[in-house]
Design a protein around this ligand. Structure first.
Ligand code: HEC
Ligand code: HEC
Length: 341
């Protein structure tokens, strides 16, 4: 890349697009893993090798934060499946985010983003951290200025989008292109779905609890994606303690305490759990669904045992559920060097 940049920049970074072959970005075809549904992607942000490369650099570069100390990757660590092991993440000014960081993978199969769904597209999401005072707090005017002053970025934007004019939308599009490549589907669970692996008796017991009325998990965490991509109140809090959640977007009282259903893939890497990171272990989450569900006024009808405080699972049922969930672990994803610059 460095050599490429030198050549381009020496020539003249502001030449208009020519037919020298360097100006048309190379299409990148995202492979849909076996069994996954087709993904939704805006036509105007088609993936290209150059766009993904630029997006990857932006994602890992603290240049987008006010004090040049925090990048997207500071709160979305690959070792944690692009989530954060801290209960709350620390922004550029040393302040804490109100929620636990969400893992970033399989975004190609999502349409709404953040715990409360306040971003309605990937690009909308990618624009927000730079403006957020608790995250990067730079603002896009200053961010675009910094990027435009940087020779290497000028050349990367040119290669990705064929333009000499950097703007926030192109930066967001590039980051989204990179995020789209964060696909995780290399698990025992996927092998089993294809008939290429056998579950242990304990994993199989967990699978049956998960997918039957005994556990009821499948209603919200079903399908190969392990999320319905919707918003639910799963009974974490009492009426008095209900947090806004989806209500802060819709202003509808019935949405108080509703949060985005998270994926259950790669949970072993993404602790702590829930929007506020209140549970440190998967076992604590299962104990909650078994014994401490709060029958608040908005609790989802799919939480069928809420009125009796939960599922009332015995120890071997709880252990089986954990064993089944752990079959959804993709270690190759957190080790994949191609995903870091
Ligand atoms: C200071 C920490 C921090 C930084 C920096 C940060 N994020 Fe996040 N990110 C979070 C937290 C916390 C959430 C959940 C917040 C919420 O729902 O309000 C989140 C949520 C997300 C989500 C939503 C995932 C989903 O499933 O809905 C995406 C995507 C994301 N961030 C991408 C980015 C990108 C891209 C950047 C850089 C431009 C970035 N983040 C910078 C902490 C951070
Ligand atoms: C009514 C829908 C619904 C049902 C049924 C349900 N969940 Fe959830 N689950 C959610 C929602 C919504 C969240 C996020 C809640 C929050 O953070 O406020 C969640 C969070 C989780 C988390 C935390 C994941 C993370 O990344 O923080 C785990 C683990 C989990 N559920 C497992 C299960 C299991 C196991 C079952 C069955 C015993 C189950 N869920 C049943 C909707 C549901």
């Amino acid at each position: 890349m460095f050599i490429f940049c030198l050549v381009r920049c020496e020539k003249d970074p502001f030449v208009s697009p020519s037919n020298d072959g360097l100006d048309s970005p190379t299409p990148y075809y995202l492979k849909v893993p076996a069994g996954f549904p087709d993904y939704f992607l805006k036509q105007e942000n088609a993936l290209t090798v150059e766009g993904i490369k630029l997006g990857k650099k932006l994602f890992f570069d603290p240049i987008l934060s006010k004090n040049r100390n925090v990048s997207c990757a500071s709160c979305h660590l690959q070792s944690n499946s692009f989530s954060d092991p801290r209960v709350q993440s620390i922004g550029t000014n040393g302040t804490l985010t109100p929620f636990h960081s969400m893992p970033i993978f399989n975004m190609a199969w999502m349409n709404e983003f953040f715990w409360d769904g306040r971003a309605k597209s990937r690009e909308d999401q990618a624009l927000q951290p730079v403006n957020n005072p608790l995250e990067m707090d730079l603002g896009w005017v200053e961010a675009v200025k910094r990027l435009s002053d940087d020779e290497e970025y000028r050349s990367l934007f040119k290669a990705a989008f064929g333009t000499n004019v950097i703007d926030s939308n192109l930066a967001a599009q590039a980051m989204v292109q990179y995020e789209m490549t964060l696909v995780s589907a290399n698990t025992k669970f996927d092998d089993w779905l294809r008939g290429e692996a056998t579950f242990t008796p304990q994993e199989e017991m967990g699978r049956i609890i998960f997918n039957s009325e005994r556990g009821d998990c499948f209603h919200c965490h079903g399908s190969i994606l392990t999320t319905d991509n919707s918003f639910h109140n799963n009974g974490l809090d009492s009426d008095a303690a209900l947090k806004p959640g989806l209500f802060s977007v819709t202003n509808d009282e019935a949405d108080l305490g509703k949060f985005k259903t998270p994926t259950l893939r790669n949970l072993v890497f993404t602790a702590p759990y829930m929007h506020d990171g209140r549970f440190q272990t998967i076992e604590q989450v299962i104990d909650f669904y078994s014994d401490s569900v709060q029958n608040n006024r908005n609790v989802d009808v799919l939480m069928k045992k809420a009125s009796s405080g939960g599922l009332g699972l015995n120890t071997s049922e709880k252990e089986a559920l954990v064993a089944f969930i752990l079959t959804m672990t993709d270690s190759s994803f957190i080790e994949n060097q191609a995903l870091v610059p």
